[in-house]
Design a protein around this ligand. Structure first.
Ligand code: ADP
Ligand code: GN1
Ligand code: MG
Length: 379
């Protein structure tokens, strides 16, 4: 077990005793495949019943102000839970539900580390890749509904948990700095990826500029809409809940659409070494777009609709550039399991981004067709 996957028994007992869980703690295992936080599934017994909870050690290197981050989390989970209840659903399944401490706090601080706990959404799966197109359609619907719901959320209440998160122009600057200092002495092993990045510099700021000049609206968005951040119910095969709310902050709906396409329309894994397996799946693109636009299409302005086809490329390019920057920096941000892990990830993203560039015309045709199907026209 990697060091980050472990917490000493004594410490864990003390941390868990602060939360108001039901039952006696009986054990935990590392859980999930997130790149940022350390996630555990903990079991508790009460008589013959077993209760499960998700425990997370929050990545305090990534989230600089955890109390403010958790304030966002409280506001957003409360808002979403209320909306699920109002529409007749079960809020502990249809939304992420925080377990508070016995003194009413949403996190525990212990020796400079921060822990939080959630109700475990059982009988549901966070897929790493699309196994059935119908799941991806449901993910599209779920993130589309998420955009519509958060349209009523007061953005001024939210703290920016990671400033400039999708400012691709600043991401390019960070890449450029990493390249110039070459701290980990790795630049020589990433020639092709560096060249790929430098050639596409000009398009990095396209969405940021549209936001800055108010050509498109700033909305409250999820900002990390990859497939494994939505739980799909095993029985109904519909989306149960959108999870991983750390980056809910003001942003563009284009980022949310684009990042789902980046993660779900890849025929290979995000860290696949054999790039022949990594291609952009146009059929899955159409499936997701249909689900997403069916829910959120009416919310979009004309300029958002026009930029929608570009967003998947930008988010894929940005993600590849972030992996490459982290590789050049010596792997400080994303969790890695091997020295070339971030480089492998950058390569898959760039292969996918190049494939999207080639399919620009087809992407546009598909979107036109879907907007027409949903009766969303020229306004
Ligand atoms: P990260 O920021 O590291 O991606 P996430 O919050 O996405 O962390 O959690 C990592 C994984 O843990 C998810 O992909 C999912 O598999 C699982 N997970 C997180 N929260 C829950 C929950 N409430 N119920 C069930 N599984 C969960
Ligand atoms: C991270 O937290 P997780 O694993 O869902 C990252 C995303 C990247 C993604 C790439 C807070 O997502 O921005 O797109 O990895 N989250 C953060 O897989 O940086
Ligand atoms: Mg996640």
């Amino acid at each position: 077990m990697a060091e980050r996957d472990n917490i000493s028994g004594e410490r864990l007992d003390k941390i868990l005793s602060e939360f108001s869980f039901d039952g006696e703690f009986s054990g935990y295992i590392p859980y999930g495949n997130g790149h940022i936080n350390d996630t555990f599934l903990a079991s508790f017994r009460r008589g013959a019943d077993e209760m499960k909870y998700i425990i997370q050690r929050i990545n305090a290197a990534v989230f600089k102000n955890v109390p403010m981050l958790m304030r966002n989390f409280e506001l957003v989970t409360e808002f979403l839970g209320r909306r699920v209840s109002e529409s007749g659903g079960d809020p502990s399944r249809g939304a992420l539900t925080l377990i508070f401490t016995r003194t009413g706090k949403s996190f525990v601080e212990a020796e400079g580390e921060f822990f939080r706990a959630f109700v475990f959404i059982g009988g549901a799966t966070a897929y790493q890749s699309v196994e059935k197109p119908a799941h991806f359609f449901e993910a599209g619907r779920a993130f589309g509904r998420f955009a519509v719901l958060l349209n009523d959320f007061d953005a001024s209440k939210l703290y920016e948990s990671i400033p400039d998160f999708h400012n691709t122009e600043k991401r390019f600057q960070a890449f450029s700095d990493a390249l110039n200092s070459d701290r980990a002495r790795r630049a020589a092993s990433a020639d092709n990826e560096i060249e790929f990045t430098l050639k596409r510099r000009a398009c990095a700021g396209k969405i940021v500029r549209a936001l800055d000049s108010k050509l498109i609206p700033l909305r409250v968005t999820h900002n990390d809409t990859k497939l494994n951040n939505v739980m799909i119910d095993d029985e109904t095969e519909t989306a149960a809940a959108v999870i991983d709310l750390d980056t809910v902050m003001p942003g563009s709906l284009l980022y949310d659409f684009g990042d789902s396409i980046r993660s779900g329309c890849n025929t290979g894994a995000e860290d696949e070494k054999d790039l022949n397996k990594v291609n952009f799946d146009l059929g899955l693109f159409e499936t997701y777009a249909d689900g997403y636009i069916g829910e959120a299409g009416r919310l979009m302005t004309k300029t958002e609709r026009e930029l929608l086809g570009f967003a998947p490329f930008l988010m894929t390019f940005e993600c590849g550039m972030r992996f490459l920057t982290d590789y050049l920096d010596g792997d400080n941000y994303f969790k890695t399991k091997r020295p070339e892990h971030n480089l492998d990830r950058a390569r898959t993203q760039y292969k996918l981004a190049a494939d999207m560039e080639k399919n620009e015309g087809k992407i546009k045709e598909i979107l036109d067709r879907i907007f027409e199907k949903h009766g969303i026209g020229d306004k």
